[in-house]
Design a protein around this ligand. Structure first.
Ligand code: ZN
Length: 390
């Protein structure tokens, strides 16, 4: 019986909140929605001396200011600019109605272990660890401050262990763009803001579930860690965090805008080639060698890694479920199996989605420079540079 209620809940949520998947926003980055978490009667995480709602608002306003003063062509929209309570579905609605090109939700973490510290960025997806699930559960609990949350969210109850079932049906059509932004941001947190890099993660966040554009949820640091709380409360700390997000936004916008400009040039229409939503996307077995060398530059390629073993397996091993064109590389003592060899991260994203559909839920994109594994963000930057100096 309980299951039936939950299933009913799934459909209600889909009906009420699911936006048409064809709402394609493969365009220039012109509108960004900045979402400071919590507010008003919902304080968010509590530090010894601070509340999450105040810190994330300060960071959000700084970030918006940096974007506005550096980009004439970008409209900044906030889900709140004061200490007010904004319902979670309303936040998503603001982003969807304004046809935002990117959504940035800003939060701070807390943990029972006071030593936990560092910054992490989430994109919508299935959690791979209990720890990630716990972060999403805490943030989703914001709806408990809403009057009719069960009704509004189709029976979704953040406290129910089964609640996350709805997220397993989720198809993140903006996963690649969201991952690009997330990984650019973690680079900035690590290299520019000197934060401990906790990495790019996935979990089922209601707020990201309900938006119809690429989006990330930033956990800027732990208010439960006394040193980090002090940093996050300081003017300097807030400016560092905001400027890290700003720099990642700038790099993401450059990357995305170049990509769109290139596609416009190549195809006349950016939509002509945009096949990433349909079920018609197929794993192209003849992709090998697609990654091409531009004049004098290194060869940058993207593959989708879906399995790792300590012992080599034949590519026709049953574990590969009859996938064609499986390749592997040896890295850090392990055999890592991949599909595709693509010149763009988008094209690799299509293969990744197909692999997810085949049950390889953990498949993710890896990048190579002249066949050496490199960080994804580095590869994207190199491609961008090559685009500038053809
Ligand atoms: Zn939060």
């Amino acid at each position: 019986m309980k299951r039936q209620i939950i299933i009913f809940g799934i459909f209600s949520i889909l009906i009420v909140f699911a936006q048409p998947a064809m709402a394609d926003r493969q365009g220039f980055v012109r509108t960004v929605v900045i979402d400071p978490g919590h507010g008003g009667r919902d304080p968010g995480a509590l530090g010894a001396q601070s509340k999450e709602k105040d810190i994330v608002l300060a960071i959000a306003l700084k970030l918006g200011g940096y974007i506005e003063s550096n980009f004439d062509d970008v409209k900044v929209i906030y889900t709140r600019t004061t200490d007010e309570f904004v319902e979670l579905h309303r936040r998503a609605q603001i982003a969807n109605e304004n046809k935002a090109d990117l959504f940035i939700s800003i939060h701070c973490n807390s943990a029972a272990n006071r030593r936990a510290f560092g910054a992490e960025t989430f994109v919508m997806g299935l959690h791979r660890s209990q720890e990630n699930l716990e972060v999403a559960r805490k943030e989703n609990a914001a709806i408990l401050y809403e009057d009719n949350y069960l009704e509004t969210y189709g029976g979704y109850d953040p406290n129910s262990p089964e609640a996350n079932i709805i997220f397993s049906m989720y198809q993140n059509i903006y996963l690649n763009q969201s991952l690009t932004m997330a990984s650019l941001l973690q680079d900035q947190f690590r290299d520019r803001a000197g934060r401990h890099d906790r990495g790019v993660k996935q979990a089922g966040f209601l707020i990201l579930y309900n938006i119809t554009m690429p989006g990330i949820l930033v956990e800027a640091g732990f208010l439960s860690n006394p040193q980090e709380e002090k940093y996050l409360m300081s003017e300097m700390g807030q400016a560092h965090i905001a400027s890290a997000i700003f720099r990642a936004f700038r790099d993401y916008k450059n990357y995305q805008d170049n990509l769109v400009a290139q596609q416009l040039e190549n195809n006349g229409s950016i939509y002509a080639k945009s096949a990433r939503h349909g079920s018609g996307v197929s794993i192209s077995e003849d992709n090998t060698g697609l990654a091409s060398k531009t004049k004098d530059g290194p060869i940058i390629s993207f593959r989708v890694q879906f399995a790792t073993t300590s012992q080599e397996r034949a590519v026709d091993d049953p574990v590969f479920k009859d996938l064609q064109g499986v390749g592997f590389y040896f890295h850090e003592g392990l055999y890592k199996y991949t599909l595709g060899n693509e010149s763009t991260v988008e094209s690799a994203g299509q293969i990744q989605q197909k692999l997810h559909a085949r049950g390889f839920n953990d498949a993710f994109i890896v990048a190579f420079k002249d066949n050496e594994r490199i960080p994804l963000a580095d590869a994207i930057k190199l491609i961008e540079q090559q685009a500038h100096n053809p």
